[in-house]
Write a protein that binds this ligand. Structure first.
Ligand SMILES: C[C@H](O)[C@@H](O)[C@@H](O)C(=O)CO
Ligand SMILES: [Mn+2]
Length: 597
């Protein structure tokens, strides 16, 4: 495999973080005494963020500091102008002192914003913070308040750990907002098997995400295959790599549905071509221009996409499983690279959830059907065995109908434990281990046109977050989140349950963290409260990041099991009621409305 590939593969510059040092504008001693500590806070903040954050394509995050401290509206306006030119997508205002809120705040309604008000008392930075938050809330410009817990001395430019955590949580979510803006979702095909999540709601994409919608008919794949509109050198390399690295699994089809050796050979060729074509459709490919296909070379600037597959395509052609699994993984024949967000069945609401997870974790995402709740009693009945340990209260069977990112095998390691890492931390051995843990099984009877499904079982012990956006008539988008862990079942128990569903598909056994209440009363309740047939699974406990991101986009969270102390939203949420946070979230999102309305 080649070097890690870090590129900006989509149109448009990467968003930068704008740092605004604001200051008490009174000259003749006060402003002068504050210049240095204020600018130092800005510098410390910029250094900290650029050292600790990367874009999901691997490039470092850049911060832009205002040319001067901001003591009044003229300097605020000059800073806004500079930020526009520099491509700033979110702002963080820092100050150790009192300043004039309405004159100094960032009033751009499209930029996520936070204020870090130094906790010192020589100068009243916290008084500014509170007053500036009041101004933001009064003006309908939600802002995040960052206030360290322990008093620091003026001039101390260290960033306390609690402030660091909030800066990162805000900045990562803010970058996600800015990164999505202006990009496209590409629907390849339309609605799969009557699944509502496949309906592309342009208003949702436009008003909540700032994204565009692009569409191609699946016949475009046929045109490009028949007319050889793909890079033929890459295709030869890709096919050879696939033959060498993809292990073929059992064909469980009855004789009358088993495809011939020639058909299977041809299916490999087709699925590899489909993979190149889907990627080229999403992001373009300069090689196509060299071949005379300038229009195709441009791509659709898609940061996420979906493939309908069933049934118009799969009833006749090999299914999209190989394409979806390889593109959503962090590696292919070109080496270790950023995964693509590509949804099975063109379920674009799941694609957006995957996109959120990817932009927050930088890692691959698992697309899954939320298939079965297995109670301990039902498992006992069908296997004769007791579920034990983390699985004792039952498990949720996440199993996609064919593909999932190979990162989902859990064959990458973080501190010796299974993980799904950002591509730049994945080693060649780990990529190989993911491939070795995966079998490619000839597709079963649902797929009349053949293809190869991805069969693996996720290693246990991975902290994971399952999530899903649903569109609700009368409300708009809502997000549900369940943090938990992957678990491993004894092999014979796994086999019995897997055979009963589909042994050719990728399985993750998931147990949510329980709170004993509501949707998290028990494992069954989580399954029973899920709002659709699909979920996206991220590595790690990233519910807090999802909540912060959702609040920026004004998407209320209808269920979550994130500990209270990690929930970080704009301060205005408080004004919608602190004793009933879920209701307050709905009211705040409704009152503010989507950002790009
Ligand atoms: C093969 C079947 O049609 C599956 O694709 C079906 O169970 C789904 O995945 C529905 O989301
Ligand atoms: Mn499905």
């Amino acid at each position: 495999m080649s070097q890690h590939a870090m590129t900006n593969r989509l149109q448009g510059d990467l968003p930068k973080i704008g740092i605004r040092p604001v200051i008490d504008g009174r000259r003749g001693g006060i402003r002068e005494s504050l210049e240095e500590p204020t600018m130092n806070m800005a510098k410390a903040c910029a250094r900290f963020l650029s050292e600790n954050l990367r874009h999901s394509n691997g490039l470092p995050v850049e911060c832009v500091i205002a040319d001067t401290t901001i003591g009044g509206v003229a300097e605020a306006a000059r800073t806004a102008e500079k930020f526009r030119k520099e491509g700033v997508g979110l702002t963080i205002t820092v100050t150790p002192s009192w300043c004039y809120p309405l004159e100094t705040i960032d009033t751009d309604p499209l930029q996520p914003k936070a204020i870090w008000g130094f906790n010192g008392t020589e100068r009243p930075g916290a008084v500014y913070l509170a007053s500036a938050m009041g101004a933001h809330n009064q003006k309908g410009l939600p802002a995040f308040s960052i206030y360290g817990k322990d008093v620091q001395d003026i001039g101390d430019s260290t960033i306390p750990a609690d402030v660091q955590a909030k800066l990162l949580q805000f900045a990562k979510a803010g970058l996600a907002v800015a990164t999505m803006r202006g990009k496209s979702y590409l629907a390849m095909g339309t609605v799969s098997m009557g699944i509502a999540g496949c309906i592309v709601d342009e208003t949702f994409f436009q008003e909540y995400l700032g994204m565009r919608n692009e569409y191609v008919d699946m016949s475009e794949f046929v045109r490009r295959m028949e007319r050889e509109i793909y890079d033929k050198d890459e295709y030869a390399r890709a096919l050879a790599w696939t033959k060498e690295n993809c292990r073929i699994g059992a064909d469980v089809n009855p004789p009358e549905l088993t495809r011939t050796a020639e058909q299977k050979e041809q299916d490999w060729e087709t699925v590899v071509k489909m993979t190149l074509i889907a990627r080229d459709l999403m992001i373009g490919n300069p090689k196509l221009a060299d071949m005379g296909f300038e229009e195709e070379a441009m791509g659709h600037n898609a940061i996420a996409a979906g493939f309908q597959g069933q049934r118009a395509w799969t009833d006749h052609f090999p299914n999209g499983d190989f394409m979806e699994a390889i593109l959503t993984s962090s590696f292919d024949w070109n080496g270790i690279r950023e995964p693509y967000m590509l949804a099975t069945e063109n379920d674009n609401l799941n694609a957006v959830t995957m996109l959120f997870g990817h932009l927050l974790t930088d890692s691959a995402q698992i697309f899954a059907d939320v298939r079965t709740y297995w109670s301990p009693e039902a498992v006992k009945r069908v296997t004769g065995q007791e579920l034990t340990g983390a699985a004792a209260g039952g498990v949720i069977h996440l199993i996609n109908s064919g593909p999932a990112a190979l990162d989902g095998t859990g064959e990458q390691l973080l501190n010796g434990q299974p993980a799904m890492k950002p591509f730049w931390d994945i080693t060649e051995q780990e990529a190989k281990a993911c491939l070795d843990a995966t079998l490619w099984c000839p597709a079963v009877d649902f797929f009349r046109g053949g293809g190869y499904s991805t069969d693996f079982t996720t290693r246990g012990g991975m902290p994971m977050t399952m999530a899903r956006i649903n569109l609700i008539k009368g409300v708009g988008p809502v997000l549900q989140i369940a943090e938990g862990y992957s678990v491993e079942l004894p092999p014979e128990v796994h086999d019995t349950l897997d055979q009963r569903s589909n042994p050719t598909w990728p399985t993750t056994w998931f147990v949510p963290n329980l709170t004993g209440e509501g949707a998290f009363k028990d494992v069954y309740s989580v399954m029973n409260h899920w709002g659709s047939n699909h979920c996206a699974v991220s590595y790690g406990h990233v519910g807090a990041g999802l909540i912060t991101l959702a609040s920026m986009l004004r998407i209320p969270v209808c269920m979550h099991n994130v500990p209270d102390e990690q929930v970080f939203r704009p301060t205005v949420w408080t004004a919608f009621g602190v004793n009933e946070p879920t209701g307050a979230d709905y009211r705040a999102c409704a009152a503010l409305g989507p950002i790009y309305r």
